[in-house]
Design a binder for this molecule. Structure first.
Ligand code: G3H
Length: 534
């Protein structure tokens, strides 16, 4: 039975100094104090008291309104200045220097941010540290990729009597919003490529994992010119809705639900001027074929379905096992789930933790009830038991196409398992899904695996062989089809996504060559130039 600690038993090193009342928000290079109402931030961690289980209040963030949102927009629009602002026209090496200064300040806040990650979203200490370090690495790698890209950008092309120079330029005001499961990493993995390419940014932190941006606000203010980074808080409809309805947002970088993304996009009055970069819902399927290394498949499906309690867009959210091996798979899988340790995020060896979304356990229970009504069972002892904000992982079998768990994203610790006899059944499951992010194929029969690869290759963005679904390594393209994504992210792709290729072209005549040569020699243009970065 899962148990929360008593307040007095919290380890000293992991305690927070007290509720953090954050009133500042960042606009036009200033940390402004908001005197209006605040939003309470509550931890998924509960504590035992004489009155029962009580939530831990971590702090408060400003409930900004449309007015402050407009101020942030105005600051970003000014920093953009129709592409003539200091930031979009700044030499790439100088922009990199600003970001490198920020990285120094960010690294100094590691412990603070990691602690808030644990408390705000219940991510384990190890995974919280990993999220922080991976984010720093992502920014460092993006800088290297940009240097490399810029080196090639100075080349002149000659084609069919036309000479031209192609360069990537920024798109404009970028609104960056990340999800609560990776509130630092996924937000920064759009925000920093956007910044490095020269776009001013408005950052709206995720719905949970919001306080953890506070330790970085000062660094944002100090390391970037006014208006280049603006951070707003508050209810999405009021704040983000205002931004989108203004028509002045040029790029929407949003990682969340496809419904949320659609609602936001519809608010923009000039849809063709808006570029959307979206990472959305997924229902990744793990397909276990009869000729398989079962131990490997079980270990990968376990990590794939239950890392961070299944709260990853890349999680395996349905496992379909061939009838010939299903009994053995279930036995090993349940044993592996039983071996997982549940507890508080800072406890060593813990993988299962409480959930941050307030009504999540109720939602998960309805999915279990629906599947149970239609003949599936929770097959692991204690599965689906609820203790406050903790939901014990539930392995459900046999899950069939009529059940919600077959096609709906649970984004939580339920592992639906189904059985198949004919390849066409698993192919239909992939094809019929409204989502198309990834699949995992488990098997050693090359012919069968090859057939399944071909069946999935035009349905999803990544096919994993004998391995869980995942985003990394971050240089690999992270994308999806159908309702799972728009655009591709990766260290290199993100730089492309936040920019557009623009060229200067002229007929290769002597007078034109002379004009171009003069522009280059006398540095009359910063765009048409052969200046190298370093
Ligand atoms: O939630 C979606 C994340 O991009 C997943 O990343 O596969 O590295 O956990 P991950």
């Amino acid at each position: 039975m899962f148990s929360f600690p008593k307040a007095d038993d919290l380890p000293h090193a992991q305690r927070l100094s007290g509720p953090l009342e954050q009133r500042e928000w960042l606009v036009a290079g200033e940390l402004r104090r908001f005197e209006g109402p605040l939003n309470e931030v509550v931890s998924p961690v509960r504590v035992k008291t004489d009155r029962g289980l009580e939530p831990v209040v971590l702090g408060f963030t400003p409930l900004l309104t449309a007015k402050e949102s407009e101020e942030a927009l105005e600051a970003a629009v000014k920093a953009w200045d129709n592409g003539r602002g200091a930031w979009p026209t700044m030499h790439v090496s100088e922009r990199i220097a600003h970001v490198e200064r920020f990285l120094v300040a960010m690294r100094a806040k590691r412990a603070e941010v990691v602690k808030l990650l644990m408390w705000e979203i219940g991510k384990t200490l190890k995974d919280s540290e990993k999220e922080f370090d991976r984010t720093v690495d992502y920014i460092v790698d993006t800088i290297s990729a940009l240097k490399e890209a810029d080196r090639h950008a100075t080349k002149f092309l000659q084609e069919q009597g036309i000479m031209g120079q192609v360069r990537r330029v920024p798109l404009g005001v970028s609104l960056c919003m990340g999800p609560y499961n990776y509130p630092l990493n996924e937000t920064f993995s759009t925000m920093f490529p956007a910044l490095l390419m020269g776009n001013p940014v408005i950052l709206k932190p995720a719905k949970f994992g919001v306080l953890l941006v506070q330790p970085l606000l000062q660094a944002f203010r100090d390391c970037f010119p006014p208006g280049v980074v603006n951070v707003i808080y508050g209810r999405g409809r009021e704040t983000v809705g205002t931004l989108m309805a203004s028509g002045k947002v040029d790029v929407l970088a949003f990682i969340g639900t496809n419904k949320g993304a659609s609602d936001l996009k519809k608010l923009h009055p000039r849809p063709h001027r808006l570029k959307a970069v979206l990472g959305l819902d997924a229902k990744n399927i793990g397909i276990v074929t009869p000729d398989v290394d079962l131990d490997e498949a079980v270990a990968e499906c376990l990590a794939g379905s239950l890392s961070f309690n299944g709260q990853r867009c890349t999680a395996i959210k349905l496992i379909l096992v061939h009838r010939r091996v299903v009994e053995a798979f279930l036995e090993k899988f349940v044993k592996a789930v039983n071996g997982l340790k549940a507890g508080m995020p800072w406890e060593p060896g813990v993988t299962l933790t409480p959930l941050p979304e307030p009504n999540k356990t109720d939602f998960l229970a309805t999915l279990v009830a629906d599947a149970t009504k239609q003949g599936a069972k929770v097959i692991n002892p204690g599965g689906a038991e609820v203790t406050g904000s903790y939901f014990a992982p539930a392995v459900m079998y046999p899950v069939t196409p009529s059940m919600r768990l077959w096609h709906e994203e649970q984004f939580g610790p339920i592992v639906p398992i189904g059985v198949w006899d004919e390849e066409q059944q698993v192919i239909d499951a992939v094809v019929d899904s409204p989502f198309g992010q990834q699949v995992s194929l488990f098997g050693r029969d090359a012919a069968q695996v090859g057939r399944l690869i071909d069946a999935c290759a035009h349905q999803v963005g990544r096919i994993n062989l004998n391995c869980q679904c995942q985003r990394g390594p971050d240089v690999f393209p992270f994308t999806g089809r159908k309702d799972s994504a728009e655009g591709t992210l990766s260290v290199n792709d993100a730089l492309r996504v936040f920019s557009i290729r623009t060229l200067v072209a002229a007929k290769t005549t002597e007078p034109n060559k002379r004009v171009v040569r003069d522009i280059l020699t006398h540095r009359h243009s910063s765009f048409l130039s052969t200046d190298y970065l370093l």
